[in-house]
Ligand binder design. Structure first.
Ligand code: 9D3
Length: 259
């Protein structure tokens, strides 16, 4: 996949391209990636990229001409690319969108700064708009890195294990179970006994239980969306029964520390 980023801060991507998964993906030829400076496409002497908003108001707006020239130059290098504007107004990025994007041969990501880009740019130069969530960033660069990271690790051959990308959180719709490594006791906290038994069936059951409970407590929205398989219903009924017993017993015989 060819990835082109249009930004006023291309240096922000230098470290991003040269480490970890991005570096590996580039070295093995799974991606080629570059950040182009929008300012280089401004035609005036001072290479101005922003201007005051029509209608007044605080803040500045990105001028359309440098952005349009930058997008057209990027499209010459990547003619089949979708051109995706990173903006708080976009569709919210998700693992499902990452999967779709991982199948594309080329993408152009446009990073806004200031209050945003001149809206007339959207008419035919922008094919898609993406947000990464409901919080305020100072520009599209960090959001573009989030998208590129999530997409690149899904490109076949980029991650070590054949199925490791799709085995973790979100691929089965549950949060991950806890992980442990040595030492067996860390600052008084022990690794759960069952993980040291080598009893694979029990370990799988423990992990599924931990995943279900974590998801139930932290992300009940994910569980409602996904529903439960038969074995998962069994596990949750077991917990429902234990909790009911505790509550019934406490109603009859109140205990615990008074507050
Ligand atoms: C402070 C300005 N805001 C008015 C209340 C509007 C605003 C303009 C520009 C808010 C954020 C930005 C810059 N953000 C992005 O370019 C951006 C973004 C984000 O802020 N959140 C989530 N996803 C994205 S993608 C691009």
């Amino acid at each position: 996949m060819q990835i082109l980023v249009l930004t006023l801060f291309p240096e922000m991507f230098d470290a991003f391209w040269s480490h970890g998964i991005m570096r590996k993906a580039a070295e093995q030829g799974s991606i080629t990636a570059a950040a182009l400076n929008i300012r280089d496409f401004a035609m005036d002497r001072h290479q101005v990229t922003d201007d005051r908003p029509y209608g007044g108001g605080s803040g500045m707006v990105m001028k359309p001409e440098p952005l349009a020239a930058a997008i057209r130059a990027a499209r010459e290098r990547a003619p089949a690319a979708r051109t995706i504007l990173m903006t708080p107004q976009g569709r919210v990025f998700s693992q499902a969108i990452a999967r779709e994007m991982a199948a594309l041969p080329e993408i152009i990501l446009v990073c806004g700064r200031y209050e945003g880009v001149d809206d007339r740019l959207g008419r035919d130069l922008i094919t898609d708009e993406l947000s990464i969530g409901d919080y305020v960033l100072t520009g599209g660069e960090v959001a573009a890195m989030v998208v590129i990271d999530a997409v690149t690790r899904l490109i076949p051959g980029v991650l070590g294990g054949a199925d490791s990308a799709e085995r973790d959180s979100f691929s089965n719709g549950l949060l991950e179970h806890p992980h442990y490594t040595r030492p067996p006791v860390f600052e008084g906290a022990e690794v759960p006994e069952v993980l040291r038994t080598g009893h694979h069936r029990n370990i799988e059951r423990w992990r599924l239980t931990a995943s279900l409970l974590r998801t139930f407590v932290n992300r009940p929205d994910l569980l409602r969306e996904r529903g439960l398989a038969a074995e998962e219903v069994d596990i949750m009924r077991r917990w429902q029964k234990d909790l009911s017993q505790l509550l019934d017993h406490s109603a009859e015989t109140p205990g615990g520390k008074r507050r």
